[in-house]
Each structure stands twice: as C-alpha cells, then as structure tokens.
Design a protein around this ligand. Structure first.
Ligand code: PHE
Length: 451
C-alpha cells in the first residue's frame, strides 16, 4: 500500500475483523451452496474443507507474511521482496486482473441481494407464497430482465464507492463486529428451521454423506477454486490486509480464526439450504440462482414472522457482501494509486466505473445478451467459472512458488516469530508445505481439472 498503510488496526480483533469481512461474503452463502450442489454434495464438502485448511490456510499465512513485511500491494511487494527477479511483479498484476473480474461479478450478485432485500421489505417476496414455482419464476424473470438488476447493482456499487471515498471503512468494520455474529445466529436459526421441514433429512445426508462417485477432476478443481475464493486468498488480497496487521499479532492464530469462521459460515449455509432444497422438491444442481430460489420459499413457509426473518437475512447478507466488495475495490484502488500516482478519490471513481461497466454486460448476459455464448455458457456463467474456478488457483500457484522459493527464509522466520518474540515450532512444516505440497497439489489439480 502507499505510505498511508502505516495505519494498522489498533487491536488484533480489528485486523481479524477486516480480513473476516473480506472473506465472509457471497462466496459463503451464495456460491458455496450452488457449487457444492452442482458437484454432488458431501464428497465436495470434504475436499473443499481439506483445501481450505491445508492449502488455503497456508496461502493465507504466506500472504500475511509478505504483506506485513512490505506494506505494499503484490505488484510492488513481490519485486521488493526479490529485487533480483522483478518479473514476479506480473503475478501481482495477474492478481489485480482476477480482482477486477471478481469484483465485476460480485456487483451483479450483490445487486440481486440488494434487490431481494427491498423485495423482502415491501412484501413482494411474501406475496409469492411458499410455492417453489412462483419463487423460481420470479427469480428467473428478475435476473433476466434488463433494468431491474442493473438499477440495484449500480446502487450497491455507488454505496461501496462512497464508503471507500469517505474513508468510513473502519466504521463498516466496527459495524460488522455486531453484524457477523448476528449473521451466524440467523443462519443457525435457519438451519434448525430447515431441518424441521418435511423431507429435510435427505438434504442433510446429501451434504454430509460423501458420495465419491460424483467426484471427478473438474469437481476437485472447483473445490479448490471455491476454497481460495471464499477465503479471499491466492490473488494477493491478504498481502494488502497483512499490511494492516499489527506487528505483535500472532499470524498463525489470526489465520486460524479467519479460516475457521469462514468455513463455519459456508457449512451453516449448506445446512440451511440443502434440507430446504429437498423439502421443496428442487434440484441441488439448480445453478447460480439456487439460494435465491430456495430461501424465499423457506421464509414464506414460516408464516407471519417469515417476512421479518427474510428482511433480517437479506440485510445481513447485503452487509457481508458490502465488506467483501469494499475489500476488492480497495485492492484495485490502492493498486491504481500505486502504479499511476493519481489521487485516491479519482482512482476509486475509475475502478468503480470500469468494474460496474463490465458488471452491466454480465448482468445483461442473463437476459438480452444471453445469445452470446462461449463453450455453451453465457458471459455471466463463464466469468464465474473463469474467476472462481481457474484464476484463483493459477494466481495462487504463482504466489506460492514466489513465497517458497524467492522470499528470504530469514525474513519469513522473522515475520512469523514477530522478530524472535514468538516460538514457531511449526516453521519447518509450514515451509515444507509451501515449497512442495501446496505447489504440487495446485499443479496436479489445475492440470487435471483443465484436461
Ligand atoms: N471471499 C469473498 C466471498 O466469499 C470474495 C472475495 C474474494 C473477496 C477475493 C475478496 C477477494 O464472498
């Protein structure tokens, strides 16, 4: 980051919250259930968790170390860490590209969420009743319409830009200190309710009983991509956040907290959604609209409280989306400021405008631009696949080779041990993982998934 990056958070909690704010978002509640449903449930969940803790957690540590050591975005941090090989900065630039693509997609889903919040508040959702067909038709015609999703994605984008420009980010993080636990509580309540719906047991066993016959190389790659996407890891985002972490914080503990909370929220979303999917007689492989087609049915079957629950749920989800979108936008802004020297407000406007322009095209590709398809997919589905499944693992591969083989082990040990004040018995294991296991696993999964 710029020299302004000296503003570390005052407490460990502040730094953790900021990173959790980035990690917990639509990836947990919207993307995890839809991808898990697409690739067969329980076995996917197991592989996903393995990747989260083994690869995702390790990568997160590596990114934190690079970030806290340099206080710069990847494009500058990498050449700084290995001055003899400046070419590595392209891995940093690739991370910026992935961030841009991810943000453009994120605007669209955030727009859906915001629109569903207003629909919940005005009673539009309630009027659909607890019938699967009505709710599904509503989603399909909404997502494929021209103006309705556009208005909401633009509103959401402008709010995020205002937060970045107004410097109220810390305020947002303080608010999420209350909202994140509330989201967990509400998800828990939804889990209990969903499990009480008739026929829900099938959904639970779909999520928890692994059936490995449904797993192929493509599913394994999707699990890897989802693990990295959900943790906001692999593209250098946590290098930026590493710069915010106070010097006396224990990076291992910070990583464990973030990884645990992120995966708990994803699992809870699964437990809230799959029982309901089966109870409503829907297909788990419904695609990107899954959550938006299932949850309103659940809310509407609750009776009078359903509307309040749905307002609370979509409000919390909008907030979770906002903290993630802000982190993506912040990354782009800081990068642009760093490479071009333009002032921060202008860079916020440029990054928002450019990503929103792409988001408009992606949104329209669910409707009037639906005839444009590549490899049988419209632009929206293709972008989601490219970003969430291919680009995160590829960029992570670059970052982890750089970290394991280019960064000085002395610097790594120094940063991990907080300049010798912490014992780090796990150091050799971490280095073994990051030098051999993680890159090998990434290469095997990426190559076989692509073939
Ligand atoms: N992890 C976020 C989510 O789960 C998405 C994200 C990815 C945010 C990468 C920032 C960087 O929704």
């Amino acid at each position: 980051m710029t020299s302004a990056n000296n503003n570390t958070f005052s407490s460990n909690l502040g730094a953790i919250l900021a990173a959790v704010g980035s990690a917990v978002g639509l990836g947990n509640v919207w993307r995890f259930p839809y991808i898990c449903g697409k690739y067969g449930g329980g076995a996917f969940l197991l592989i996903y968790l393995l990747f989260v803790f083994l690869l995702g957690g390790t990568m997160m540590m590596a990114e934190f170390i690079m970030g806290r050591h340099t206080h710069h975005t990847p494009s500058q941090a990498l050449p700084m860490l290995a001055p003899q090989h400046k070419g590595w900065r392209f891995v940093g630039h690739f991370g910026v590209l992935v961030t841009f693509v991810t943000l453009s997609l994120y605007w669209v889903i955030s727009g859906w969420t915001t629109s569903y919040l207003t629909d919940a508040a005005t009673g539009t959702l309630t009027h659909l009743g607890a019938t699967t067909d009505a709710v599904t038709n509503y989603f399909n015609s909404f997502a494929s319409s021209t103006w309705h999703p556009l208005v909401f994605l633009l509103v959401f984008g402008l709010i995020a830009m205002a937060v970045i420009m107004g410097g109220v980010r810390n305020g947002i993080e303080a608010v999420s200190k209350i909202l994140m636990p509330l989201l967990v509580l509400l998800l828990l309540a939804l889990c209990v309710y969903a499990l009480s719906m008739p026929g829900s047991a099938k959904g639970l066993s779909y999520l928890l009983l692994p059936d490995f016959s449904k797993i192929n190389a493509e599913a394994v790659l999707a699990a890897l991509g989802q693990a990295l996407f959900s943790l906001s890891v692999g593209i250098g985002m946590m290098i930026v956040y590493g710069g915010y972490i106070p010097n006396e914080d224990n990076l291992l503990k910070t990583t464990i907290w973030i990884t645990l909370s992120d995966s708990i929220i994803a699992i809870l979303s699964g437990i809230a959604i799959f029982p309901a999917v089966f109870s409503c007689g829907m297909e788990p492989a419904e695609g990107a609209g899954l959550v938006f087609k299932v949850l309103p049915v659940v809310f509407n079957s609750m009776g009078a409280v359903g509307q309040y629950v749905s307002i609370a749920f979509f409000l919390l989800l909008v907030m979770a989306a906002l903290t993630s979108a802000i982190s993506l936008l912040e990354f782009l802004c800081v990068w642009l400021t760093e490479v071009s020297g333009i002032r921060r407000p202008l860079s916020a406007i440029i990054c928002t405008a450019a990503s929103l322009a792409v988001a408009v095209v992606l949104s329209l590709s669910n409707g009037i631009l639906g005839h444009i398809t590549i490899m049988g997919r419209n632009l929206f589905d293709l972008t989601d696949l490219l970003s969430g499944t291919y680009m995160f693992p590829l960029c992570a591969l670059g970052l982890c080779i750089f970290f394991g083989w280019e960064m000085s082990p002395d610097d790594i040990r120094d940063e991990l041990s907080n300049h010798g004040t912490l014992r780090i018995p796990y150091y050799p294991a971490l280095m073994f993982l990051i030098r051999y296991i993680v890159p090998l696993a990434l290469i095997v999964v990426i190559v076989s998934g692509m073939l």
